[in-house]
Design a binder for this molecule. Sequence first.
Ligand SMILES: NC(=O)c1ccc[n+]([C@@H]2O[C@H](COP(=O)([O-])OP(=O)(O)OC[C@H]3O[C@@H](n4cnc5c(N)ncnc54)[C@H](OP(=O)(O)O)[C@@H]3O)[C@@H](O)[C@H]2O)c1
Length: 295
Amino acid sequence: MTAAENTGAVTVIGLGLMGSALARAFLAGGHPTTVWNRTVRKADPLVAEGAVRADSVAEAVAAGGVVVLSLIDYTAVREVLATAGDALRSTTVVNLSSGTVREARELAAWAAERNIRYLDGSVMAVPQTVGGPDAVVVYSGPGELLDEHRPVLGRLAATSLHLGDDPGLALLYENALAGMLWTTLGGFLQALALVGTEKVPAADFLAFAAQWHTTLGALLPVVAEEVDAGRYTTDVSTLDMNKRAIAHLIETSRAQGIGVDALGGMRSLIERRVADGHGSESLSGLIEVIRNPRG
Ligand SMILES: NC(=O)c1ccc[n+]([C@@H]2O[C@H](COP(=O)([O-])OP(=O)(O)OC[C@H]3O[C@@H](n4cnc5c(N)ncnc54)[C@H](OP(=O)(O)O)[C@@H]3O)[C@@H](O)[C@H]2O)c1
């Protein structure tokens, strides 16, 4: 362990909305924090709050301590790391940037060839909740790196979880949860657009949506149990019923003059599963159509 690591020093590379929040959480925890960003001025507020600005990636890495990356994607990560050269050797790099599972695995292999200690991770929070009680950060790769740097990394979230040694796992979870974000929000926006055709303000509809969201949340354990068991009997609602219900929604949406793009995927999954002879089963069985896209 270097002297800088001993003091809990940290370098944050990438000061977008998320990277700035990460740097702020480290500063709030009293950690010596060095920052670098491609667009230099984005470091200004953090420098005013006590961070040290590095003029290059190599200088940022050489400041010592764990190096945390928060960049837009793995292409940017590769470009930025390539400029650091030998400065990265023997350092610990914790990459919290989004990407694909394959990219994470390939970058971990790239790092191993260069004697860079590499931990992948994913921030399951928005910038405003980083460092707070609801924030979760998941990590994958060598668990001992998380153990070693937990005093620093633990500043980012109340919960820091190691998912496993495969460096791709953090992004597997992130990709999965991101899908829930878009489909859930897509459904909410569809609903707001639909009630909005009759001049119902979103604020007025919110209470109904929130109550419905709670009801749906309570269904998740039931769905998980059915999926794990591979059994899709139901006393809640059949796919035959849901096929009709989504057709009503699509017909109403079109008649009210709004689009139905947010619904098309679910309609097609339901219709395929019913056509395969599973109309009396539950919605959970749609996972079989998702698992067999050409089935
Ligand atoms: N915001 C969220 O709620 C959230 C939540 C979870 C995870 N994340 C993930 O966190 C990461 C950062 O997100 P963000 O919200 O901070 O995005 P952002 O505000 O758009 O910031 C993107 C960062 O990437 C840098 N960048 C982009 N291309 C680059 C390149 N070729 N070379 C060097 N730097 C480059 C930008 O530098 P410049 O300032 O110079 O453009 C900036 O620092 C993403 O992977 C995102 O998916 C974000």
